[in-house]
Ligand binder design. Structure first.
Ligand code: CP3
Length: 349
């Protein structure tokens, strides 16, 4: 398809970048741009009984998705949901404890994998697709709608550890001691994630991002098996059904393995964590669009430190396809005014 035959590309800067174009002013959005650093988010959050209720109430989820768009005019809106809704939809108990993060009834071994029910995933996630449909009507025409899911390895870490782990002992022992049994869990997640992303695209998501937040804790062979292979399977299957929809991969902490991840998964763009040097970012940009990678703590600090961080990244990556973002999610302590300043600096260059 030529650029001319994609009318959305002429008005949507994010789609232009993801289809390989360099732009004088890069498109920008921030991971976790809807969230607790915004007073208007905290107000809506207080109206929901629980965090999952917020994710499954289209009225509220649409509202919090739109809040950062209204306030800042980002180039993309990311659907408000969570990566752990897939574990919930497979039948695992998931809940969120204020100040502690997600908790899940931990899965250990093949019996708990056998209890998961992949057929329940799409019906249980119907409210999320309704949120996507409403967002397609509510967003400004130049704003791109991003859908997302957790990648299988990262979702499996939460499912096996029962929450955010510290050393990943339980999930690693499962994967190393019983690779076939653990592989069945990964296969279920590949299937569920493929269907989930497909349904988001059918509802109106124009781009999808796969968050592999814990990709960086694995040795090389395990990284290939549990990060690259499942991601490639999902990308292949999504692209077979929706060849024009860009997929962004975020294998956080992949270090030296970013290049293999890009080459072997066929993602259209790669989101870089804060530790990735501009030399590697520039090399990756020869193959795909790159997204990133300002340290979220620089947006807490603001001022000259933040301005220098923005300039370093934007100067290094301006001549290729590039999406400005953070290297990980924005943190709750971020002063909302510093995000305004980030946009003024980036767009005023
Ligand atoms: O604005 C957006 O980016 C869209 C919504 C979004 C959320 N979570 C909302 C959320 C997205 C894209 C995510 C992804 C997510 N969720 C990831 C991958 C990215 C990353 O940060 O590594 C992971 C690992 C999760 C799992 C998760 N959800 C954790 C570890 C936590 C607790 C930490 C925290 O920030 O509280 C959550 C809860 C969560 N997800 C909140 C939000 C706004 C805060 C909950 C609240 O408001 O009480």
């Amino acid at each position: 398809m030529t650029a001319q035959s994609r009318p959305d590309e002429t008005i949507k800067p994010l789609l232009r970048a993801l289809h390989g174009r360099a732009q004088a002013v890069p498109p920008v959005w921030l991971m976790r741009q809807a969230g607790r650093y915004l007073p208007e988010y905290r107000q809506v959050r207080a109206q929901a009984r629980s965090f999952l209720d917020l994710c499954f109430s289209p009225d509220l989820a649409v509202e919090v998705t739109l809040q950062p768009i209204r306030r800042y005019g980002f180039d993309a809106a990311i659907l408000f949901s969570d990566i752990l809704v897939v574990a919930h939809a497979l039948g695992q108990r998931v809940w969120f404890v204020e100040g502690e993060g997600p908790k899940l009834e931990p899965m250990r071994g093949p019996e708990s994998v056998a209890r998961l029910d992949p057929t329940s995933v799409l019906p249980r996630l119907e409210p999320v697709f309704e949120t996507v449909r409403r967002l397609t009507r509510a967003l400004p025409r130049e704003t791109t709608l991003i859908g997302f899911a957790g990648a299988p390895w990262t979702v499996a870490t939460y499912m096996v550890e029962g929450g955010g782990g510290h050393d990943f002992a339980a999930v690693k022992r499962f994967a190393y001691a019983d690779p076939d049994g653990f592989g069945r869990l990964i296969d279920i997640l590949v299937e569920a994630t493929t269907r989930y992303l497909g349904a988001q695209i059918a509802a109106g998501a124009e781009v999808v991002q796969l968050f592999d937040s814990w990709a960086g804790v694995l040795p090389e062979a395990a990284f290939r098996r549990w990060v690259i292979d499942p991601t490639r399977a999902i990308v292949e299957r999504v692209k077979r059904r929706y060849p024009g929809v860009p997929v962004i991969g975020f294998p956080r902490g992949a270090g030296m393995l970013y290049a293999d991840y890009v080459r072997e998964t066929s993602v259209d763009a790669v989101s870089l964590d804060t530790t990735v040097p501009m030399s590697l970012a520039g090399a990756l940009q020869q193959r795909v669009a790159v997204q990133g990678n300002l340290d979220p703590q620089l947006v807490v600090v603001g001022g000259d430190a933040m301005r220098r961080g923005i300039a370093t990244i934007a100067d290094a990556l301006r001549d290729g396809p590039f999406v400005f973002n953070l290297g990980h999610g924005i943190v709750p302590e971020t002063p909302p005014e510093h995000v305004h300043e980030l946009l003024r600096v980036l767009r005023g260059r």
